[in-house]
Design a protein around this ligand. Sequence first.
Ligand code: NAX
Ligand code: ADP
Ligand code: K
Length: 510
Amino acid sequence: MIVLTSKQMREVEKIAIEKIGIPSIGLMENAGRETALEVKKILEEENLNSVIVISGKGNNGGDGYVVARNLHNWGVDVKVFLTTSLGAISGDAKVNLDAILNMGIYVAEITQREHLKFLEKTIKDSDVIVDAIYGIGLKGEISGITKEIIEMINQANKIVVSVDIPSGLNADTGKVEGCAVRATKTVTMQFLKPGLLVYPGADYAGEVRVAEIGIPYRLAAEVGYNYNLVTSEDVKLPKRHGNTHKGDYGKALIIAGSKNMTGAAYLCAKSAIKAGCGLVKLAVPQSVQSVIQGGLYEVITYGLEEQNGILSHNALSSVLELIEESDVIAIGPGLTHDRDISQLVYDIVKNTDKPVVLDADALNALVGRLEVIQGKKIILTPHYGEMSRLTGLEIDEIKNNLFEVAKTFIDRYKVTLVLKGAKTVIATKEGSIYINSTGNPGMATAGSGDVLTGMITAFLAQGFSEEKAAIYGVFYHGKAGDIAKEYVGEYGMTAMDILENIPEALKCGL
Ligand SMILES: NC(=O)C1=CN([C@@H]2O[C@H](COP(=O)(O)OP(=O)(O)OC[C@H]3O[C@@H](n4cnc5c(N)ncnc54)[C@H](O)[C@@H]3O)[C@@H](O)[C@H]2O)[C@@H](O)CC1
Ligand SMILES: Nc1ncnc2c1ncn2[C@@H]1O[C@H](COP(=O)(O)OP(=O)(O)O)[C@@H](O)[C@H]1O
Ligand SMILES: [K+]
């Protein structure tokens, strides 16, 4: 699903209005009416009837006047409060402000602190608040009286419908600019915005609905959009052809495990098989081979050179031989981290041009010498901690700038990046960003990432590009977690529960 940044949104609006000739006031009418219909639905469902619209001085505020006009026409008790003076309103917003004034709808200015008491009382007496203070025109932090108004909205414990984006949210990053409205529902115009889809923005946006306001969809391609929300529509699975055999679904080699982390290797290999890989080979330290083999009926295991239950650099030639007979490789889950492993991973990556998924300790192994991945067919799957080690950035810096961090990384290394988190972000070599829409907090459990690595590897083995394997792997991993949640809930969910629901998740894609 297409997602536009505020800059791209302005570009499509400009083309729609200036090149195509769609009247801007018509777009505002549609935006306001769509929001009003949403509010009406809520009022009817909850058997409520009074609304307060709080408008700012720009076009977001203009949408608010249209909401008020439509609700008034439908018999709703509606009042409008401005966070600015009436004289400051211009353009299409002014046209709509004049219309509601002419209709006799109540309009008040909240420009001084002494007005706040009255606003507070009106909010208290209203059932629903429409937030039309700022949209995509917000610049910098909110301060002063508007900040106090937003805090008042949040403390009121009312149903809040935000127009386009919750006021105070950065539409591009999801960052809170000083303060932001906590919406029950956000009606966003024509295209999703990135800030609504990642935290903290996603928390503030509540339920998001995209309203069609009359801007042609094709304009998104014209401005070269590069953000996408991955939904079930985007990850349809190809039907398998009858006349095929296991060789057609790929041979994967997984290099994983150590004496204290046999489970990681198990989870990863089993997940690859469950996600449809034709043949999975698992290379582990010799001394743990028999432990890991138990229960892994479908996987061929190899015990390689090791020291104290950890793979040693002497395993390199065996690994390279196994790679010769494989289509794709995954390295990392449960390897542990030491200097020998680090050199082993480095040399494996250096010596192959086949698609490789790098996870967990394989990422730690490459800290400080990432040049080796440059331009290769590589997918990295770091969580924020691993990303911090790879880039030297603080975890908070990564969390607050997911898109920027991901883009800077792929610009430099030209690989595929899966930046794992509550909202996983995938950045592709070509500079596109995909935001995942599945998954739940039950998946914040040890071994969940190993399952993901197995799934991405399986899609790669089945002939998907790195980009598609990453997108499909992340989506269906989340989907398997969502199905697991139906059975075991979030508290008790384990990586095995996710793994066991991979087949059910994949059935949804056919
Ligand atoms: N242009 C169009 O074609 C359409 C725009 N629409 C609406 O218009 C919105 C964008 O409108 P605008 O561009 O007027 O912008 P906004 O209405 O989002 O707000 C911008 C106004 O707030 C002020 N402002 C920005 N940051 C501030 C800060 N930190 N502190 C104090 N004041 C600040 C600006 O000076 C400007 O006057 C969209 O989000 C959408 O709701 C819709 O009506 C649909 C059509
Ligand atoms: N709150 C959450 N909501 C959705 N997905 C989550 C959440 N927390 C974790 N996940 C997913 O679970 C996986 C955890 O991976 P990782 O941190 O590598 O775990 P481990 O190293 O224990 O295997 C990632 O794919 C992540 O996106
Ligand atoms: K808003």
